[in-house]
Design a protein around this ligand. Structure first.
Ligand SMILES: Nc1nc2c(ncn2[C@@H]2O[C@H](COP(=O)(O)OP(=O)(O)OP(=O)(O)O)[C@@H](O)[C@H]2O)c(=O)[nH]1
Ligand SMILES: [Mg+2]
Length: 325
């Protein structure tokens, strides 16, 4: 006689798993939200727009569900080959997922009259149009709500957004305080199909530690370089060696600039800037791996790489994220 279903198989039958893209304009808090949900600082988040260049999968596991979150670059009007790549990468991220979370920043407004008069700007509505073209269900996530003292101001803003698209939900959140994340979790889980986990429970990201190390160097460039300079830099990790005794990672990476004149700006007087970049990145890599890190950085000129798709490919800006595009 066949056995009755066990608690394990009942769990399996109700387990939900699927993919959820985080999309929106630059700087709205996509990477910060991914980190808050996954519970680890996987994605580099800075106060500067256009920080994220490539898709990153972060695995958000909870009781009875696994949501594979796709962090994407911000959608913006792109001119250079690099910016076009970033926007393509973002829109590819919205393809064939179970749910898209379209993130938009809660605007800072003086009073209720200003909130009633507020409209989402043309860049935000253009981003929504391009995301909606993928034909996936979209929930609107209003971010950074901790900055809004009077929560009554949120209602007219949510109403304006709801008039633009048949969103599956409109959810105000703060990734920094955690407000709204429980409501977000409930909505995401309900949108996932009943399925087995897509990733092993202990895997947090689809990217190798080597890729994350390169991202930490890029984050340090944002921290220590001014104006447009971080946007003209790419990082390639030439080698990542895990030494056993004593345990430490030995990392060699290159910082590619576009022009000869940018090289001394990255290196700094008496190599002070590159030393500071190296120290920040080394600390961040060690935090990520839990092991000490020796980092060796070299600054190279790769002329006009942001304008040349072939050079970008050589610098690693090509890899579609495994199996989910
Ligand atoms: N106050 C507040 N700031 C936030 C919140 N979420 C993100 N931020 C800040 O917003 C800035 C941008 O955050 P990111 O997560 O890098 O934004 P992003 O959408 O990934 O940006 P790109 O990758 O450039 O498209 C950072 O300075 C964050 O600290 C939030 O909930 N509250
Ligand atoms: Mg980002």
């Amino acid at each position: 006689m066949e056995s009755e279903s066990t608690p394990e198989s009942a769990d399996e039958m109700s387990f939900r798993a699927g993919t959820v893209a985080l999309c929106g304009r630059p700087n709205v808090g996509k990477s910060t939200l991914l980190n808050a949900l996954v519970g680890s600082d996987l994605a580099v988040a800075t106060r500067f727009p256009q920080t994220t260049r490539e898709r990153l999968l972060g695995v958000w596991s909870g009781s009875g569900f696994q949501a594979v979150l796709v962090d994407t670059p911000g959608i913006h009007r792109a001119k250079s080959a690099l910016n076009k790549f970033m926007v393509d990468e973002a829109l590819r991220g919205a393809q064939s997922v179970d749910l898209v979370l379209m993130l938009a920043e809660a605007p800072l407004l003086a009073d209720i009259a200003a909130a009633e008069a507020w409209e989402p700007g043309p860049a935000a509505t253009a981003a929504l149009t391009s995301i909606a073209a993928a034909g996936r269900p979209i929930a609107l996530v209003l971010t950074k709500c901790d900055r809004i003292a009077d929560k009554a101001l949120l209602l007219p803003i949510l109403r304006k957004w709801s008039a633009l698209h048949p969103f599956t939900a409109l959810i105000p959140i703060s990734a920094t305080t955690g407000a709204g994340l429980e409501a977000l979790r409930e909505h995401v889980v309900a949108a996932l199909p009943v399925a087995a986990p897509l990733f092993p429970e202990d895997q947090l990201s689809d990217r190798a530690v080597r890729w994350h190390a390169g991202e930490r160097v890029r984050a340090a460039l944002f921290e220590h370089l001014r104006d447009e300079l971080p946007y003209c830099c790419a990082v390639t990790v030439e080698s990542f060696k895990e030494q056993r005794k004593p345990p430490r990672d030995i990392v060699h990476a290159s910082v590619h600039v576009e022009r000869e004149s940018q090289k001394p700006m990255v290196i700094g007087r008496g190599a002070e800037t590159i030393k500071a970049i190296s120290m920040s990145a080394r600390r961040a890599i060690a935090e990520l791996t839990g092991r000490p890190c020796e980092l060796y950085l070299e600054v190279k000129v790769t002329p006009n790489w942001t304008r040349d798709p072939a050079l970008m490919e050589r610098l690693g800006l090509h890899a579609p994220v495994g199996g989910l595009s």
